[in-house]
Design a protein around this ligand. Structure first.
Ligand SMILES: NC(=O)CC[C@H](N)C(=O)O
Length: 212
C-alpha cells in the first residue's frame, strides 16, 4: 500500500469567511492551517484568499507583513485560490478600488469590484462549469456584492460566465471565482483546488511513499 500525507492548504485568516473555507477544504481531503503571520506560510501546498472585504484584507495583509511574502509565493507558482474579495486580491488590475488599494496580483486580468449593481447585490445562479467533476450538474453559485472580470490576457482560461460576465478563471496554479462556493454546500470548486495543490506538491516535493 502507498500512503501519502494530505496536502497542507493555508487559509488567509485576517478577515472574511475563513471558517467556511477551512471546513470545505477539510471535506475535500486537505489538512488546513489558518495563516495570520508570514511564518505560517512556510511549507504550504496552496493558499486560499477568502471572500470578505478586499480593502480590509489588503490593509490587514500589509499591516501583518503578509503582502510581500504572498506576492512572492504567487509568483513562485504556489497554487492560490481567491473567492470574491480573494479574486480581487489575485487581479493584476482592479477597477473601482480604493485609491491606495493594492492586490497580490498574479492573474493577468482586470476585475471590477461590486460589478453586479446594487439591485442585485446578492443572487444565486446555477453555473455550467466544465472544469469541475460531474460538469453536467450546474454549480449553485452564490454571489455577494461580487466582482466580475472585465478584461483578461490570453493566458487566462475562462471557467464560467453569468450571461456575458466572466466569473471564474484559472491561470496556471491560480484559481479565482466571483462567487462563494464555501457557502453553497457543493465542494467541487474546493476539490478542484485541492487537485491543483496535489499536482503542485507532487511536482515540487520528492515523494516519500512507504510501501507495505
Ligand atoms: N463577498 C465579497 O467578498 C465581496 C467583495 C467586496 N465587494 C470587495 O470589494 O471586497
Amino acid at each position: 500500500m502507498v500512503t501519502t500525507a494530505p496536502v497542507l492548504v493555508g487559509v488567509l485568516a485576517v478577515q472574511g469567511d475563513v471558517r467556511e473555507h477551512v471546513a470545505a477544504l477539510e471535506r475535500s481531503g486537505a489538512a488546513v492551517r489558518r495563516v495570520r503571520r508570514p511564518e505560517e506560510l512556510e511549507g504550504l501546498d496552496g493558499l486560499v484568499v477568502p471572500g470578505g472585504e478586499s480593502t480590509t484584507i489588503d490593509r490587514l495583509a500589509r499591516i501583518f507583513g503578509l503582502h510581500e511574502p504572498v506576492r512572492a509565493l504567487v509568483r513562485a507558482g504556489l497554487p492560490v485560490y481567491g473567492s470574491c474579495a480573494g479574486m480581487i486580491q489575485l487581479a493584476d488590475q482592479i477597477l473601482d478600488g480604493h485609491a491606495e488599494q493594492q492586490t497580490f496580483g498574479g492573474i493577468d486580468m482586470t476585475v471590477r469590484r461590486n460589478a453586479f449593481g446594487r439591485q442585485v447585490d446578492s443572487f444565486e445562479a446555477g453555473l455550467v462549469v466544465p472544469a469541475l467533476l460531474e460538469p453536467e450538474r450546474p454549480f449553485p453559485a452564490v454571489f455577494i456584492r461580487a466582482p466580475r472580470v472585465e478584461h483578461h490576457g490570453p493566458g487566462v482560461q475562462v471557467l464560467a460566465r453569468v450571461d456575458d460576465a466572466v466569473v471564474a478563471v484559472r491561470q496556471g496554479n491560480l484559481l479565482a471565482t466571483s462567487f462563494h462556493p464555501e457557502v453553497s454546500g457543493d465542494d467541487r470548486v474546493h476539490q478542484l483546488f485541492v487537485r491543483i495543490c496535489c499536482a503542485h506538491h507532487a511536482a515540487v516535493r520528492p515523494t516519500v511513499a512507504t510501501a507495505s
